[in-house]
Design a protein around this ligand. Structure first.
Ligand SMILES: [Ca+2]
Ligand SMILES: [Ca+2]
Ligand SMILES: [Ca+2]
Ligand SMILES: [Ca+2]
Length: 182
């Protein structure tokens, strides 16, 4: 019999015991090569954000989701979600196309998904629920015009002001589109 790892243990009474570890095998753990790459496609992107969102909602027990290394390592939380987006991907809430800047293109992404359920990051769902709605718009508005890396806690502009600005932008864009048609 192969024996590996022999330990000489001593209990409180001074009695010695020899411990043998038999038939050990070693396999490499299934650890992501990149932190945050939950689907193992060698990229950390919106697909991984969506996986982490579901993990937080479902309280999925998997240490791989503990990307910030703090809290309960087996229960991912909002801090892990923020860490993945801000520290690993270097993006922010509202950056629907993950190009590092929150601008009108991202607002169009959100508007296309607005009111829908079971939405993902690419449909403007920037928080830990399963719908794209006004809460996601507020998150986008807080970052509108910013380029990452972004400050952890941005000043949230008045949504009303931003709505007027964005609606104005949509109107101008729509007008240009109509004019350019033959
Ligand atoms: Ca991935
Ligand atoms: Ca954590
Ligand atoms: Ca963007
Ligand atoms: Ca949402």
């Amino acid at each position: 019999m192969d024996r590996f790892g022999i330990f000489n243990m001593q209990d409180n009474n001074g009695k010695h015991s020899i411990i043998y570890l038999d038939d050990l095998s070693y396999t490499s753990a299934d650890v992501p090569t990149m932190p945050g790459d939950f689907n193992h496609d060698s990229a950390v992107d919106d697909a991984d954000i969506d996986l982490l969102r579901l993990a937080v909602i479902n309280m999925t027990s998997d240490a791989a989701f503990n990307v910030d290394g703090i809290g309960d390592e087996n229960i991912p939380d909002e801090s892990d979600f923020a860490f993945l987006i801000q520290e690993i991907i270097v993006s922010t809430n509202g950056d629907g196309d993950l190009n590092g800047t929150v601008n009108f293109d991202d607002f169009v992404i959100l508007s296309n998904g607005f009111g829908k359920i079971n939405t993902n990051w690419r449909q403007g769902n920037y928080n830990l629920d399963l719908v794209t709605n006004f809460n996601d718009f507020v998150k986008l508005s807080a970052r509108f015009g910013q380029t990452c890396p972004c400050a952890p806690e941005p000043h949230t502009p008045e949504p009303t002001t931003l709505v007027l600005t964005l609606v104005g932008g949509i109107t101008l864009s729509w007008g240009r589109t109509r004019i350019s048609r033959p």
